[in-house]
Design a binder for this molecule. Sequence first.
Ligand code: SF4
Ligand code: SF4
Ligand code: FES
Length: 251
Amino acid sequence: MSTATQVSSAKAETKMIPIYIMGKRYEVPESLTIMKAMEYAGYKYIRGCGCRGGICGACATVYRVPGDYKIRVGLACQTVVEPDMYLTQLPFYPANRAMYDFSVLEGKAEEIFSLYPELFRCVACNACTKVCPMDVQVMDYIATLKRGDIAAAAQISFDCIQCGLCASRCMGELPQYHIAQLARRINGALLAPRAEHLVNMVAKIETGHFQKGLDELKGMDEDTLKKVYTEREMEPATGEEEWAPQDNTYL
Ligand code: SF4
Ligand code: SF4
Ligand code: FES
């Protein structure tokens, strides 16, 4: 069978399903993600798309399926289309984001309370947790912050990708993800124990410890550099905590 025939036969075997994008009906292959289906239908992403890998939070999408009263949500780059789904994207959700000079913050819960007084408008409905595509326990980190535990809130919200869906469903009008981001910033900069190995590494960089190795690498031709890279000693997947390479030419 010729390649052209194989391609057209594969196309013929592809099951097409109807979906509705912002009210207009399109037929798209059933195996596509919402993002690819929208592109298949002729939409071009300028905003509302970033990593395409479920990490950046740019592609929050809301939709319904027939026979279900629920508004569903998902990331367009991760959610596969369903027959007759009726969807639109939320390229940006205009949640309040407080302005602050981070350098003057001291890491006190009262600072978060003052920047985001709406924190106390939470009525514990849990709609935010139900809508989160990353399964972050949103209501829990809000409750934790209300109790003043910034470190715990930073931990609970760690997987947040800032998609904004939680804020879109909040009856208390909280910008949960912006509040949690501030908590993580404060925790990382002011509360978490210092990483001594990082301090040591920065000191080594600043004193030029790696300069000789860098100069040597920069002087290599492309093939030599590729060889050095591919033959480098790699940490085994199940390496010990204290693992270090035997060859420390560039370390
Ligand atoms: S949706 Fe808003 S009000 Fe409801 S639990 Fe979450 S933060 Fe609180
Ligand atoms: S916490 Fe909110 S902004 Fe973060 S990933 Fe979940 S829904 Fe998106
Ligand atoms: S494009 Fe980044 S999460 Fe979907």
